[in-house]
Ligand binder design. Structure first.
Ligand code: C2G
Length: 132
């Protein structure tokens, strides 16, 4: 059983998230996602539109995701990889190089981001539409 893991906020779940999860899931048999808690997002300097519980439920409903765990801190990845028996750690390539320290535990891959879509862009678009 080849297991893959990734981490993120996944706010306003969109096509970029879907395409990343689909590609990561294709690298193994099961994909585990570490979903950033609201408290951890504060540490990341992020405030999500959707609270953790909603982002968690949406990820659990995604066909490419076998399991969702909370991401509470930067340093939990090594323990997660060991406990979940992970073979591949993957992220979008805006993180290229940032997690290479995990290479002693598992394969580390960075996949191209999906162009022209992001939570930030969606928020701005909704705001523009709401203002008419
Ligand atoms: N992503 C993507 N294409 C987009 C937008 C996002 O491939 N158009 C990817 C990002 O590269 C990331 C994942 O989707 O791998 C989740 O993105 P975010 O929710 O923005 O996650 P982030 O805030 O980068 O948190 O410990 C790692 C952090 O928790 C990552």
């Amino acid at each position: 059983m080849k297991r893959v893991i990734t981490y993120g906020t996944f706010d306003l779940f969109h096509l970029g998230h879907v395409r990343l999860l689909r590609r990561l899931a294709a690298l193994g048999d099961e994909l585990v996602v570490g979903c950033s808690t609201d408290e951890f997002n504060k540490l990341k300097g992020k405030k999500s539109v959707m609270p953790f519980e909603q982002r968690l439920e949406i990820l659990e409903a995604c066909r490419y995701v076998a399991k969702v765990i909370p991401e509470r801190e930067w340093d939990q990845k090594r323990g997660d990889i060991t406990r979940e028996e992970i073979s591949v750690f993957g992220m979008g390539d805006d993180w290229t190089g940032k997690f290479d320290d995990l290479k002693d535990l598992c394969e580390v891959v960075y996949l191209p981001r999906t162009e022209d879509i992001s939570t930030t862009q969606l928020r701005a678009e909704v705001k523009r539409m709401a203002e008419g």
